[in-house]
Design a protein around this ligand. Structure first.
Ligand SMILES: [Zn+2]
Length: 357
């Protein structure tokens, strides 16, 4: 008897994490480009919500964007609940900061301005799918591959997939909506920071490297709904190459990309056509072995150091501003260039990151 109650409670807990409406989102397969355009226009109504916006409002955060998966997330190479830690730090040290909370996950209409219907569809679960079982397996594999959390492999059922949605995809969607909201806030108030987001590996037809939704390219679509002439500069200083942003925006003549990254780590497909990234520094860091690096804690290590890194950045950034004269800048402030980051394998100090930012 006791056991039954336990199971029921667990199911109730699971059920309360997500709404079925969110899981069974409208399918997009049959929508024409015209219908998708109409869908995308509806989110210019976002602007209406911000008419009376408080001019001191710059920060964007929704606690729902932290990813926790019954402890399994701790095996992931990076801290998926870091946003809450940053938020707590900021509230404590800068109590005057006011935060905007995105009210909903990014919609399929917004996603469809950048992502293919097939890709969006493959992350949704259709209640009427004839090939439901196969679809569940495919979606599960896709989600696990993108999230790089192999330990989620046991999520083999509908409930499992719904949990993946509630605990993983929904946080990603909230984070992506945060980037859209921050874009509007920055237009209104000059600047804005979304504590989450920056999913620069997501491409139109596929996610990868923990990036499901291409939040910055979608936000650029939003900007271009407001003013198609806006010139946009993406400054991507995450240690990884932003291959998703490059694939989506590389050919767009209103979008310029400045990307400084470690050329020896993920993403594998470095730009062979350098024209797609307008200002690029593919850095040869000199550190190739993460295990070796972690054993060096506290010791001086080889690799690009603060002065050289900052000098290169200043040179590229000045050139980019002079040439592009952007109306709007997106800055992806990845801190995985830090010298103790196990994935980044660079040699930049905390002070160097502060100066950079
Ligand atoms: Zn990174």
């Amino acid at each position: 008897m006791k056991r039954n109650i336990g199971i029921m409670l667990a199911l109730l807990c699971a059920a309360s994490c997500y709404s079925m409406e969110e899981v069974y989102q409208p399918l997009l397969n049959n929508e024409s480009p015209e219908q998708l355009r109409k869908l995308s226009k509806t989110w210019s109504s976002l602007l209406d919500n911000y008419e009376e916006i408080d001019e001191d409002l710059h920060m964007v955060y929704n606690p729902g964007c932290n990813v926790s998966f019954f402890g399994l997330e701790k095996k992931h190479p990076f801290d998926s609940t870091k946003y809450e830690k940053i938020y707590t730090f900021l509230k404590k040290n800068y109590p005057e900061l006011k935060f905007h909370k995105p009210v909903r996950p990014v919609t399929n209409g917004a996603l469809s301005t950048v992502h293919t219907a097939d890709y969006i569809h493959s992350l949704c679960l259709s209640g009427f799918d004839k090939f439901r079982k196969a679809k569940i397996q495919r979606s599960r594999k896709l989600i696990i591959d993108i999230s790089e959390m192999e330990d989620l492999g046991s999520m083999k059922t509908t409930i499992g997939l719904c949990l993946l949605y509630a605990k993983l995809l929904k946080p990603m969607k909230l984070a992506a909506q945060g980037t859209l909201d921050a874009t509007i806030l920055a237009l209104k108030n000059g600047w804005s920071i979304n504590l989450a987001g920056g999913f620069h590996h997501a491409k139109a037809e596929m996610g990868s490297g923990y990036c499901f939704y291409a939040d910055v390219p979608i936000a650029i679509q939003l900007l271009h709904l407001i003013n198609p002439e806006f010139k946009v500069l993406i400054v991507d200083l995450d240690v990884h190459h932003g291959d998703g942003n490059e694939a989506i925006c590389g050919e767009n003549d209103k979008v310029f990309i400045l990307d400084m990254f470690n050329k020896n780590i993920f993403a594998d497909n470095k730009p062979d056509d350098e024209k797609k990234v307008d200002y690029m520094a593919a850095i040869e860091p000199g550190i190739l072995d993460a295990e070796w690096l972690s054993a060096q804690q506290g010791k001086k290590i080889d690799g690009i150091e603060d002065d050289e890194y900052l000098e290169k950045l200043e040179e590229l950034y000045t050139q980019a501003l002079d040439e592009c004269k952007p109306d709007f800048i997106f800055y992806n402030a990845g801190t995985d260039v830090y010298q103790e980051d196990p994935l980044g394998r660079m040699n930049i100090t905390k002070d160097g990151i502060k100066q950079r930012d």
